[in-house]
Write a protein that binds this ligand. Structure first.
Ligand SMILES: Nc1ncnc2c1ncn2[C@@H]1O[C@H](COP(=O)(O)OP(=O)(O)OP(=O)(O)O)[C@@H](O)[C@H]1O
Ligand SMILES: [Mg+2]
Length: 289
C-alpha cells in the first residue's frame, strides 16, 4: 500500500519467512552453517530452538533452498500436531514412497529401502520437522527410532527438529535421555541486540529497494528495539504499521508519536509501556522480575 510512496519495490516487512530477505546476523549465520554442516556430515539429529518469532522457520526455508540446490531429498513436516499414523503417512507422501501409506510397516520397509539405496550411492536424506515442540511423545519416539538407522558411514536419515523453547524442555525429560544423547548439533536463536536490530531494519529496507533509508531515524530504531525486545517478527510488525501510519499522514519520516500510536494499538508490553498508557504498573513486565 505504502510501497510506491516511500520508493519500495516490494513490501519490506512481510511476515513470511522469505529467504530473499535473509539478514545474516552472526547467530543466524551460525545456525544455518550448523544445519548445513550437520546434514552434510550425516550427524543424525540437529536441534534448532529459540523464542517465538526469532527466525527458526526462516532458517529452515534457507536449508530447504540449500537441499534443493544440492538435489538432496527431504521431507518437510510443518504441521507437528500429528498422530503416529498421520506422521508416517505424511512422511511417505513427502518422500513419495511407493507403498500403502496407511500402513506403518509398509512405510518403514519402503523408507528403509530408499535410505539404503540412496546411502549406497553416497546420498543422504533429510527429515525436517518445524514446530517440533508440539510433537506428541509417541511421535517423537518414532522419530528417535528413525534416527537409529545407520550404515558404517553415518546416519541414513538426517533429522532436523526446530521449535520453541518448550522443545528443549521436552528433550530434557527423562523419557528422552536417549534422544538427547543422540543430538549431534544444537543451535539456539535469541532476540537481536540493539546493533543487530538497526542492521536488520536497514537490511530489510535495502532488500525492498530503499538503500540508505531516512524514513526511520536511528533514535526511532533504538525505540523500536526496546519495544520489540529485539524479536524479528515484532520488529516487522511494528515497522510495517509505522510505515502505514506515516503514509496515511503523508509524512516521509516516521515519528515517536506515530510509534506510540502503533505500539499502543498492538497492546505491546515493554519496559515503561504502562506508564506511557497512563496505567499503574502493578505486575512485573514480561521478561523482568
Ligand atoms: N535473519 C532473518 N532475516 C530476515 N528476516 C528474519 C530473520 N529472522 C526472522 N526474520 C523474520 O521474522 C519473522 C519471524 O520469523 P520466523 O517465522 O522464521 O520465526 P520463528 O522462529 O519460526 O517463529 P515461531 O516460533 O512463531 O515459529 C518473519 O517475518 C521473518 O521473515
Ligand atoms: Mg516458525
Amino acid at each position: 500500500m505504502y510501497n510506491a510512496f516511500f520508493g519500495f519495490k516490494q513490501s519490506p516487512f512481510n511476515m513470511s519467512p522469505d529467504p530473499a530477505f535473509l539478514f545474516r546476523s552472526a547467530q543466524h549465520e551460525e545456525a544455518l552453517a550448523n544445519l548445513i554442516y550437520g546434514v552434510r556430515s550425516q550427524k543424525g539429529f540437529i536441534v534448532l530452538s529459540g523464542e517465538v518469532g526469532t527466525g527458526k522457520t526462516t532458517m529452515l526455508e534457507c536449508l530447504r533452498d540449500f537441499l534443493n540446490a544440492q538435489q538432496i531429498v527431504f521431507a518437510s513436516l510443518f504441521n507437528s500436531r500429528l498422530s503416529v499414523a498421520q506422521f508416517f503417512e505424511m512422511l511417505a507422501y513427502d518422500l513419495d514412497l511407493e507403498c500403502n501409506r496407511q500402513s506403518k510397516t509398509e512405510v518403514l520397509v519402503a523408507l528403509n529401502g530408499m535410505l539404503l539405496g540412496r546411502a549406497e550411492t553416497g546420498r543422504t536424506t533429510v527429515l525436517i520437522v518445524d514446530e517440533a515442540h508440539n510433537l506428541e511423545w509417541d511421535v517423537l519416539e518414532e522419530i528417535r527410532l528413525l534416527g537409529n538407522l545407520e550404515n558404517r558411514k553415518g546416519k541414513l536419515l538426517q533429522i532436523v527438529l526446530a521449535g520453541q523453547q518448550e522443545l528443549d524442555t521436552k528433550l530434557d525429560a527423562p523419557e528422552f535421555r536417549q534422544l538427547k544423547q543422540r543430538i549431534a548439533l544444537r543451535c539456539v536463536l535469541r532476540a537481536f541486540q540493539p546493533n543487530e536490530t538497526h542492521a536488520y531494519v536497514n537490511s530489510r529496507m535495502a532488500c525492498a529497494g530503499l538503500c540508505d533509508q531516512a524514513v526511520l531515524s536511528t533514535e526511532l530504531i533504538d525505540e523500536i528495539h526496546l519495544r520489540s525486545q529485539g524479536i524479528p517478527r515484532l520488529i516487522n510488525s511494528i515497522c510495517d504499521n509505522l510505515l502505514l501510519t506515516a503514509f496515511a499522514m503523508e509524512s516521509r519520516t516516521a515519528t515517536l508519536e506515530m510509534l506510540d500510536e502503533v505500539t499502543s494499538d498492538m497492546r505491546l508490553e515493554y519496559p515503561g509501556c504502562r506508564q506511557l498508557r497512563g496505567e499503574v504498573c502493578t505486575e512485573p513486565i514480561l521478561g523482568q522480575s
